[in-house]
Design a binder for this molecule. Sequence first.
Ligand SMILES: Nc1ncnc2c1ncn2[C@@H]1O[C@H](COP(=O)(O)OP(=O)(O)O)[C@@H](O)[C@H]1O
Ligand SMILES: [Mg+2]
Length: 265
Amino acid sequence: MSVIRFENVFKSFGDQVVLRDFNMEIRAGETKVILGGGGSGKTTILKMVLGLVRPDSGRVYIEERDITNLSETELNPIRRRIGMVFQEGALFDSLTVGENVAYRMREDKNHSEKEIDQTVRKLLGFVGLEHAIDKFPSELSGGMVRRAGIARALSENPSILLYDEPTAGLDPITSRSICELVIELRDLEGVASLFVTHDLRSATTLATEFAEIQPDGEIEFKRGTDLVCLVNTRFLMLKDGTVFFEGNDEALKNVKDEYVQEFLS
Ligand SMILES: Nc1ncnc2c1ncn2[C@@H]1O[C@H](COP(=O)(O)OP(=O)(O)O)[C@@H](O)[C@H]1O
Ligand SMILES: [Mg+2]
């Protein structure tokens, strides 16, 4: 099933054309890594998935439903199916980590406090932040803020996750821990994701590794070029508002084009 589909999308802001005849499809359990320079339209694409920005022409489908012209009220249930992880974590400063993760569930009013508490603890356990439940965002490191942001994005069990440069400004080890969470969600939970990044190291991790549960219950990350077919991640490179390249890690390395080589170097 196609989870996200963009069909011939055009978008301009004033006389600046940002997307021109942009097409993209993400299937269930797939992660699409969107690469592109600053200002190339990456965040605009994520906002279109949420229905926060509308195309000038063309269509956007979420789980096969055309959302292009839906009203705000009609968009609400669709937005609830989508978790968004922002670059800076975007937590509420005046709320604890636990309250941040609980926020959407409380707002929803369909969950008991007991259920919320259980879910918050489970999600903080998943991102390795059980101990930080009562801390405020200002007391956390950059990596912990991003992980808390991921826990919050997961609070309503979304089938789609959007990540906007979630590893920007993080050191390689912390970036890797974020990528491992993204891979686990892809391979063990079947979540479809759009991962926007500048960070080629993280993009390569996502495109070359997969997660597997071992007999002892531990999760192991495996890689290898002969295993690439098992890795459900493709790159999409944006240039001049349209898809300049689409394919796996190996194909990307083999593109001889100057723009791609510059990006990779
Ligand atoms: N609401 C807006 N109004 C005017 N210009 C915008 C708006 N949103 C984005 N833009 C412009 O569109 C271009 C693409 O923006 P964006 O999608 O944020 O790029 P990226 O995330 O790839 O850096 C940028 O030049 C930006 O200034
Ligand atoms: Mg952006």
